[in-house]
Design a protein around this ligand. Structure first.
Ligand code: SAH
Length: 437
């Protein structure tokens, strides 16, 4: 086993829980035991031991010399990365969801969240639902009710939506699939391995220099999506064409704010499939505008509106949110609730300040458009945007908009996307709820 020896002091961050080693933090690489002076070359995907310059053992890591992140720790001990390793890690990750009260037999949730579940570069979401085509054929009344659907079609089927984000995971796909197939059926209440679809992240494949290939598939994937229930409301998940893994499960709990606080007239900006908009409409909002630049996202909103029987109260608008808000400001449009859930504007610390300006622009405009007592639900899913920087941005926007804000709540992503202490990147989603007075 090769050994990665860190430069003096670089072990501190790792000892506090951060699982990455950057290339420029490495003093030298040794071939094996002892102090052999010959520097070894690391091979993409291999396992290596990580040590401080003072010989303190820090853990075992999967490496990729082609990536800025040279090594990602998988644990503090000398554990091999074989099928047994994947089975243990997956089982423990699922047990943590069960401890949170999320039972994947019934609830769609993230089963494995990469580094935060000690499986760097591997994401597994599990969707529990019914094929959209079967749901349509069942012709049940709208809003669609979960128990009525279960009565008509039986228990939900499960589809695993997987992302492979590192070269080392890519090299171990057969082991991962075997571990999933041997571990997950009993947690999912299934007799056989569940269906699997891989959602490719182009950005990560590029960063990790992973060659192009066909996406993974196992079993039958419902061609027109799966209808899941979130907080009791039906949503169609576009498994084939949808963004990320098909549905932003991380906002599950935050969407409840839209249900509770949505006012008469609500704006859901960056709506994707309408997660917030549908909650708002079902919560009683008389008119909800759902805005996204993607036509296919808005097609999903329309389907979801029908499933929820709120099609008369939701209007979809294909637009760039920045342009739309500028126009609305001029036209003196007013709302009782506004949701801002943009994509990550900051890809790294390097462009954080320009990203912060983008966040401030939309928050400022939104605040100006809120009626007295109106609610702003504002999010950032950018890892680089810290809670403190995000709150400062909101404060500056409130100052410029001459609004006083009461912070009603401030929350991270849902608990099935765990936050690993010492690894701030895992606390990526911030959702603030503010009442404008
Ligand atoms: N709120 C959604 C998730 C939003 S993800 C939910 O609850 O599921 C961000 C969305 O913003 C994506 O759907 C993307 O298509 C859209 N988007 C990105 N840039 C945009 C822009 N400038 N204007 C409008 N929509 C944009």
């Amino acid at each position: 086993m090769k050994r990665i020896i860190l430069k003096k002091g670089e072990e501190e961050r790792i000892l506090r829980g951060h699982p990455w080693v950057y290339g420029n933090e490495v003093e030298r690489i040794l071939e094996g035991k002892g102090d052999a002076a010959d520097a070894a070359e690391l091979v993409a995907g291999e396992l290596a031991d990580v040590e401080s310059v003072g010989r303190r053992y820090l853990g075992r890591a999967l490496v990729n010399p082609a990536s800025k992140i040279l090594a990602r720790l998988v644990g503090p001990s000398k554990e091999g990365v074989d099928v047994g390793f994947f089975k243990r890690r997956i089982r423990r990750a699922v047990e943590r969801r069960l401890a949170l009260g999320m039972d994947p037999r019934a609830v769609s949730c993230r089963l494995v969240f990469a580094e935060a579940d000690f499986l760097p570069g591997l994401v597994i979401d599990c969707f529990a639902g019914w094929s959209f085509d079967d749901v349509q054929r069942a012709a049940l009344p709208r809003p669609l009710d979960c128990s009525a659907l279960e009565g008509a079609l039986g228990p939900p089927e499960k589809v695993l939506s997987v992302q492979i984000l590192t070269f080392a995971m890519e090299a171990r796909i057969p082991l991962i699939l075997q571990a999933m197939n041997e571990t997950l059926p009993r947690f999912l209440g299934a007799d056989a391995p569940p269906a699997v679809i891989e959602k490719v992240s182009r950005i990560m494949r590029e960063k990790e220099k992973i060659p192009e290939r066909e996406a993974l598939r196992q079993g039958a994937i419902p061609p027109n999506g799966l209808v899941i229930f979130e907080n009791g409301l039906p949503f169609v998940v576009d498994l084939e064409g949808g963004q990320k893994t098909g549905h932003y499960l991380d906002q599950r709990e935050n969407r409840l704010f839209a249900r509770r606080f949505a006012g008469k007239r609500t704006l859901d900006a960056f709506c994707y499939s309408g997660g917030f908009a549908i909650h708002a409409a079902r919560g009683g909002a008389e008119e909800t505008l759902a805005v996204d630049s993607s036509k296919s996202a808005l097609d999903l909103v329309e389907k979801n509106a029908l499933l929820n029987n709120v099609q008369d109260r939701i209007k979809t608008i294909q637009a760039d949110v920045f342009d739309l808000l500028t126009g609305y400001e001029r036209a003196k449009e007013r709302f009782d609730a506004i949701i801002l859930d943009p994509p990550s504007f900051a890809s790294s610390m390097a462009n954080l300040e320009s990203a912060a300006a983008g966040y401030k622009e939309i928050n400022l405009k939104a605040l100006k458009m809120l009626n007295e007592g109106g609610v702003l639900i504002t999010c950032s899913c950018s890892r680089a945007m810290t809670e403190a920087r995000f709150k400062r941005m909101i404060l500056e926007a409130a100052h410029d908009a001459e609004r006083r804000l009461i912070q009603t709540d401030f929350r991270p992503q849902a608990g099935d996307h765990p936050i690993l202490l010492g690894y701030d990147e895992s606390f990526y989603l911030k959702c603030g709820v503010y009442t404008a007075v």
